[in-house]
Design a protein around this ligand. Structure first.
Ligand SMILES: NC(=O)c1ccc[n+]([C@@H]2O[C@H](COP(=O)([O-])OP(=O)(O)OC[C@H]3O[C@@H](n4cnc5c(N)ncnc54)[C@H](OP(=O)(O)O)[C@@H]3O)[C@@H](O)[C@H]2O)c1
Length: 274
């Protein structure tokens, strides 16, 4: 039994259908059930609609998270895989992002993960088995300028997952991080619509460069089905690793960060923002 958050679109939707196609029963949760038609259509096309149950869940609602998990346990008896996927990206320079936007970014991308994970752990612990896949980001390893709130939320997910992996291994539960680079989903457009900046911003030039870079990354980004395939692979691996970076240049960027002096990155980023 697989349980996934944010399954109304993008990586979450494709992962729900791909897990079903691989033989899993799937609880596909989304905050607005009116958006379930895209998922159900795709599931119909792939002949797996009867393996997927959609349920309403806003990951920022801790009480709802606990209730939905309990409902699944009452009906199915177990959850073998939790995919914490729901997320969005707040953009803007630190000084110009209002506190409310910072809080809302962390509420979904970080506290949402904590709430779902805490709700599922007792059941996996009793089973002495389970897998928790947290959809982080390359932004969980690199702080890109103009996206500090998003980076902060994903760095938090990375720290949580490292610690949790140690805590749960003795109970046969593996915690895994999937770290996508840019993939073509609606996260970009949703993000561009809510960039925080001011009329006479001292950061205008930098922010414009960041947006130019982001738009081109989004346009040239690969198919998110690749991430869904990776999640299915991890779900079936006997002994999964902690981290799975994926996407154009993701591995080489991480290798570069590990090996090269920080000053080099600084220079590259400063040059790119001019
Ligand atoms: N695409 C990329 O380039 C990329 C790169 C790195 C990491 N990621 C990560 O991949 C995950 C999926 O993103 P995506 O690219 O597939 O974008 P997406 O198509 O926008 O999907 C995001 C999903 O999260 C849902 N969501 C947002 N806030 C929620 C909340 N409070 N409660 C429940 N669901 C909520 C959205 O629901 P609504 O439809 O209601 O908004 C949507 O279903 C995110 O964690 C994102 O950070 C994406």
């Amino acid at each position: 039994m697989a349980f996934i958050t944010g399954a109304s679109s993008g990586i979450g939707m494709l992962t729900a259908v791909s897990l079903a196609a691989a033989g899993c029963k799937v609880i596909a949760t989304m905050r607005n059930l009116e958006k379930q038609s895209a998922l159900l259509e795709l599931a119909e096309q792939r002949g797996v609609a009867n393996q997927i149950t959609c349920m309403a869940l806003d990951v920022t609602n801790e009480q709802q998270a606990a209730q939905v998990v309990q409902t699944v346990i009452n009906a199915e008896g177990r959850i073998d895989l939790l995919v914490n996927n729901a997320g969005f990206a707040v953009g803007g320079y630190v000084e110009e992002v209002p506190m409310e936007a910072w809080r809302s970014q962390l509420e979904t991308n970080f506290f949402g993960v904590v709430a779902l994970t805490r709700a599922v752990i007792p059941h996996m612990r009793k089973q002495m088995s389970g897998r928790i896949i947290n959809v982080s980001s390359l932004s969980g390893r690199f702080g890109f300028p103009g996206y500090a709130p998003y980076a902060a939320s994903k760095f938090a997910v990375e720290g949580l997952s490292e610690a949790l992996r140690h805590e749960l291994l003795p109970f046969g539960i593996q915690v895994v991080l999937v770290e996508p680079g840019a993939f073509k989903t609606s996260i970009w457009q949703k993000g561009f619509e809510q960039i925080h900046t001011t009329e006479h911003s001292p950061y205008r030039k930098g922010m414009e460069a960041v947006l130019r870079y982001s738009r081109s990354a989004a346009e040239n980004a690969p198919d998110p089905q690749l991430v869904a395939n990776l999640v299915v692979r991890i779900a079936n691996e006997r002994a999964p690793k902690l981290r799975y970076p994926i996407g154009n240049g993701a591995r080489s960027a991480l290798l570069g960060k590990a090996l090269l002096p920080w000053k080099w990155f600084e220079r590259i980023a400063q040059r790119a923002m001019r």
